[in-house]
Design a protein around this ligand. Sequence first.
Ligand code: PAF
Length: 281
Amino acid sequence: MPLSISHTRAETQSQVSQWRRAGQRIALVPTMGNLHRGHFALVERARQVADRVIATVFVNPTQFGPDEDFNTYPRTLDTDATGLAEAGCDLLYAPSIADMYPYGEPRCWVEVPALSDILCGAFRPGHFRGVATVVARLFLHTQPDVAVFGEKDFQQLMVIRYMTLDLGFPTEIVGMPTVREDNGLAMSSRNQYLTPKERQRAGLIYRLLRDTEAAVHRGDALERTLAGGLRTLVAAGFSPDYFEARDAESLGPVSDGDLVLLVAARLGKARLIDNWVVRRP
Ligand code: PAF
């Protein structure tokens, strides 16, 4: 099946209705475009769990802060479409801002307060409110049985899981392991802001996560280990926002269960985030 492209909610919903009438299961892969191997892995996973795959490309203004890169965020719809067709996507839905926000600034927001002001939320006020609001709208436009998101955005994935449960969307949320470059750098559309040298150096984040995992297993003092990690990042030229450990189920304080190490740091023009779940015996 060749890839179809829709730019409107009406066209998308008419296609979705046809598939539903034929009893087909629909998967959604929401993205902001400038797609890379990590995104195509999400589409391939979606393909395995549904009959039809919709990928959305929408650079969502409500999740960007006033000083962030909304205007310069790379928009590459033609190459995205080629990659999506190769990955087995059926429909690319690339709505306009007017389609997503027909009344301008939303009069109705979706918020997950317990998760929105910590970690990245503390450094990007309003970001997760914008994400939850647009994902809720994308769910309404596409009515997916299943939606696939990358685990690289660990906090985002948890916000979406909470939102889906609380609002009762009939959509199963699937998380996909992070796809990494050879040096361990998590794939991200924003990696293209890095120079070739910075891209090499950025592999440090992954090494730090794995070294910290080893320290947790050895029983080293966690606070001291994290503080040492922050110093390592600074010494290598990063400006870290945070390097923290949290309970992997709730993002609350570390308990006896699995924990997740989460890091956000700026390098050159890029803000990089990554995480690693440490399983406890
Ligand atoms: O992860 C992203 O690309 C975006 O935050 C998402 C989920 C597509 C919402 O705009």
